[in-house]
Design a protein around this ligand. Structure first.
Ligand SMILES: [Zn+2]
Length: 371
């Protein structure tokens, strides 16, 4: 009896020793995978594949036709980055919970931090675009609005070194119909939001967390807007993810059915800018001191993704024929007043100019830093 226990113990110790040396030898990905099976992490409940053909419009704040989330499900989205100072904390918190998000990047931020763009992709997150320089589409000429969209896609693609997802979010959620038409023609999906972290209004992570939780309490699900350039999000995201887990929310990860195409003329501009920045970085090595990449993805094998495509209600009968300038009728109440639309009450529409004023100086400050 004693002998067999001793043998068992020896076998057990041998197994332990083997797994210890395996753990040392294995890359981070394998260890992450083990941690990802832990029931205490959020993980990814479901992968939803978005078919961006025809430019579907998603996010209940502005567009009501597509609702792919079940009660209790959330989508994590991060705009305006990447930023060396704050995005790392966001990535660490997501990794801690083995969960995945979508990053709507600003083109010139991506060109300033191409290593971070690649790292975000390598971690298994989805990379979408948020224009070239975060200009308000509603205040641009047609040519400049197009340039903002195209140079954004080309710049982020150039920074990543491979195609991004055809996923787009309007700066300030300002979605003029002309730009929506353009994106439809480019087979790029437009993503609005359901829940706003208002992380740009505070530097306090606990306030940001409470903003999200109180809205989720009412709505029960939704696409959540964060900004990975905001300190409140960098500071509060880990606690928020813990709390989402405690409250039994599930994370849905959006992926693209097909990659975003780029326009050659804008690719050329983006590549030139990227090359210029590489020379600058080479001349100033300290500028890239904090880069560590790539990190392996810890994505587990979940169920087959559900595909979401543009529904018949978004097959727009009013779309003008090529060459005509006829203005289409309003798509819906939100589309008729897209600049407002924080929600449907007149009081909150009045808040919107404040929101713009608050967001702009911070970003300008960031971008000036990276120029
Ligand atoms: Zn933004």
């Amino acid at each position: 009896m004693d002998g067999s226990i001793a043998i068992l113990r020896r076998i057990w110790l041998a197994v332990l020793a083997a797994s210890a040396s395996l753990a040392l030898a294995q890359p981070a990905a394998a260890q992450d995978k083990a941690a990802c099976n832990d029931a205490s992490v959020l993980g990814v409940q479901r992968v939803v594949e978005i078919d961006a053909k025809g430019g579907p419009l998603l996010g209940n704040l502005q567009y009501k036709e597509i609702d792919f989330l079940e009660p209790g499900e959330v989508v994590l989205t991060f705009d305006d980055g990447p930023s060396r100072q704050t995005t790392e904390a966001v990535l660490a918190a997501l990794a801690e919970h083995c969960t995945k998000a979508t990053f709507f990047m600003v083109g010139r931020m991506a060109l300033a931090e191409p290593d971070m763009v690649r790292k975000i992709d390598a971690l298994g997150h989805t990379v979408g675009s948020h224009t070239w320089s975060h200009a308000n589409q509603g205040s641009l000429s047609a040519a400049n609005a197009e340039r903002e969209i195209e140079l954004g896609v080309s710049a982020i693609t150039a920074a990543l070194g491979k195609p991004i997802a055809p996923f787009f979010r309007f700066p300030y959620l300002s979605d003029p119909r002309r730009s929506i038409n353009y994106l439809e023609g480019r087979d790029i999906g437009v993503f609005s939001i359901d829940v706003d972290s208002y992380d740009f209004r505070t530097r306090n992570g606990a306030v940001m967390k409470q903003n999200v939780l109180s809205q989720l309490q009412k709505k029960g699900k939704g696409i959540i807007l964060f900004h990975d350039i905001q300190r409140s999000t960098a500071a509060g995201i880990a606690d928020l993810l813990d709390e989402l887990k405690r409250r039994k929310f599930k994370v849905v990860h959006m992926v693209a059915k097909a990659p975003a195409a780029t326009v050659a003329a804008y690719d050329a501009i983006a590549q030139k800018d990227l090359a210029r920045r590489k020379v600058q970085t080479a001349n100033n090595p300290l500028a890239s001191r904090s880069m560590t990449w790539p990190v392996e993805t810890g994505a587990g094998s979940g169920p087959a993704p559900v595909t979401v495509a543009r529904p018949p209600s978004q097959q727009l009968p009013w779309k003008p024929a090529a060459g005509t300038a006829a203005a289409p009728p309003a798509r819906n109440a939100d589309a008729a007043a897209p600049q407002a639309a924080r929600n449907t009450t007149p009081a909150s529409r009045a808040e919107r100019p404040t929101w713009k004023r608050e967001e702009l100086p911070w970003q300008e400050q960031m971008w000036n830093h990276y120029r």
